[in-house]
Design a protein around this ligand. Sequence first.
Ligand code: HEM
Length: 409
Amino acid sequence: MENDQDGRELAARFDLKNLPPDFYEDPFRHYRALREHAPVKRLPDGSVLATRYVDVAAVYRDAKIFSSDKKSEFGPKFGADSLIYQHHTTSLVFSDPPFHSRVRRIIVGALVPRAITDLVPGIEALVTRLLDEMEEKRDVDLVESFALALPVEIIGNLFGIPPAERSPLRGWTSAILSALEPALTAEQLKRANAAVSEFLEYLKVLIADRRATPGDPERDVLTRLIQGSTDGEKFTEVELLQNCIFIVNAGHETTTSLLGSALVLLQEWPEERQRLQANPALIKTAIDEFLRMESPVQLGNRVATIDTAVGGVNITAGTIVHVGIAAANRDPEQFAAPEKMDIARSPNRHFAFAGGIHQCAGNHLAKLQAEIALSRFLARFPGYELSAKPTRGGRARFRGYVKAPARVR
Ligand code: HEM
């Protein structure tokens, strides 16, 4: 824990584009210092970072003043004629109404409860298969064998992507999302553009096949999205393709992080682990607590559309506002003993799925997967133990593990 002076200095030095190496291991001490000493921190590039819960809530609440449209930010960053620019600026997440409302309606309509419920037997079978494989090996990487393997398959099932064609998805997603890091190298940019290009080529074929042989629109998400593109011109072809890429990306990397972080957190908090193993019915509140403690998306951002203020700090129109999801989720003004994991915490109104009109459209699916996966994992391997220090992904915006070696039993 920082003393007051150290905290003040940490907050004064903080720069999202120039993070110290220790930040990736423990961003929370930096966020705490910011919350206490510079809750709306002006960064050297003129943007601001809000870290208090009330300020984050206020930004999410007002989508008119705090826009999600990233064209003016991504133009210079990516080049306005690049594919990665087209991808991110056509995704619903980086757009405002009325475009956002139109795309969101189609997507929410495609993620109908029946399509989600239909996935349950597939999730259960997949979890059982992964657990069987791990039981045979005993020494496993929890990320590779479980946290990563599951969401890729689920999102593959959701879109009806044939199992043999799923292997490139992970690399594409990672390259496309890495382009959103606060600082970007030329190599990352090149990889991101190549990934969008390959992903588009792949999807064009998948969509042409599905157009030729449609699935049941009540159950098949891609068929439903395609219908959104032909029914009254709601979706253009580019909008359809780029938003399919967005859903595939949004749907798996974050869920992987949730599963990996949950298994590591339970190892770090043995009493909470015992409590959950003794009361499996606590799984739902436990999942919200994992999401609060280790939010897979740590930072969001918005752009001020007018001269306004955040937490009493005046900002001019055009200012980028970084939204401190992870920081707000540990704000003592909102959460009692915020640094402590409490798997029965209630209420737990965390911002892991953001808030307002852009709140995660896949949160039910993410929670459903986590519930089935983690409950079954704990029932099968009550004595699992990490066998080496897990490795972090090393990114500021997205937090999770890339490796978590463990012995399962
Ligand atoms: C633990 C897992 C997940 C987390 C933590 C997560 C987090 C988020 C966050 C923070 C946002 C808002 C971004 C912003 O406005 O700045 C978001 C949006 C979104 N997510 Fe998720 N997500 C998860 C899983 C999923 C899944 C499984 C799907 C779909 C299959 C999905 C689909 C979406 C969509 C479509 C949006 C855009 C909503 C909009 O802009 O209106 N997410 N997610």
